[in-house]
Design a protein around this ligand. Structure first.
Ligand SMILES: Cc1cc2nc3c(=O)[nH]c(=O)nc-3n(C[C@H](O)[C@H](O)[C@H](O)COP(=O)(O)O)c2cc1C
Length: 225
């Protein structure tokens, strides 16, 4: 078995202290995302989405975050493996790793479907080629060869339309977080970690809420690395 002892790196990019943190984890996320973009991290919006099946088997894959409001929005096929798993268990988590900045962000919460109107708006904004790709792939299904996909793409192109109508099996989800963790790599493995835990209803001041029924009070704690 290969052991990558030679690959070990000692992290020294930055530090994270309680005084550096925004009280609102969404603001903290935005601050770090902006830094990731400024440092030209490849695919900064790629996040690893983990779901758990009805049989309690976890599975992970990357998706792109396409919007952030009171949750993290991504788009996919509603008949895919991840969609099936979210149907039976809406609890999921996200993970971002921005190597150059030595930063990891974990986010846990419940996933809900976007409204048809929201999904339509995003689908209509996509380039035609992306619309065709989402409409033609029976995502997560076993297929005999690429020809199945190529034929479906040709069939849709022959339709001669400039824009497709969003197929009902494709649309968005929003993961609404109840937990965040911000991790900053440090020297000698003594990394900095801070978690934000959403306080239960009643433990927070609703006047600070940005959206009706969206509590926004978070408790912040340092975690051992
Ligand atoms: C960087 C990256 C971004 C991706 N973005 C998406 C995405 O936004 N939506 C999506 O459905 N699949 C995306 N994929 C493909 C998924 O990782 C995955 O293969 C696909 O969604 C099927 O997953 P499932 O069978 O677990 O449902 C992306 C893959 C990578 C590597």
């Amino acid at each position: 078995m290969a052991i990558f002892e030679g690959e070990r790196s000692d992290y020294g990019f930055g530090t994270l202290e309680r005084k550096d943190l925004f009280d609102d984890p969404f603001q903290q996320f935005k601050f770090w995302l902006d830094a990731a973009i400024a440092h030209n991290i490849p695919e900064p919006s790629a996040m690893c989405l983990s779901t758990v099946s009805e049989q309690l088997q976890p599975s992970s894959r990357f998706v792109l975050v396409r919007g952030i409001d009171h949750g993290f929005i991504f788009y996919t096929n509603y008949l895919s493996r991840k969609a099936n798993e979210l149907e039976s268990n809406p609890h999921a988590c996200l993970n971002f790793w921005w190597a150059t900045l030595e930063r990891q962000i974990r986010i846990e919460g419940r996933v809900e479907k976007l409204s048809a109107t929201e999904s339509d708006a995003y689908f209509n904004s996509r380039p035609f080629e992306s619309q065709i790709a989402s409409a033609s792939s029976p995502q997560s299904q076993r297929i005999n060869s690429r020809d199945v996909l190529e034929e479906k793409v040709q069939e849709l192109r022959r339709g001669g339309e400039e824009n497709l109508v969003r197929p009902k099996h494709w649309g968005g989800y929003r993961l609404v977080p109840s937990y965040f963790e911000f991790w900053q790599g440090r020297s000698a493995r003594l990394h900095d970690r801070f978690e934000y835990t959403l306080l239960e209803d009643g433990n927070h001041d609703k006047s600070t809420s940005t959206k009706a029924n969206q509590p926004t009070a978070w408790e912040i704690n340092r975690l051992a690395p």
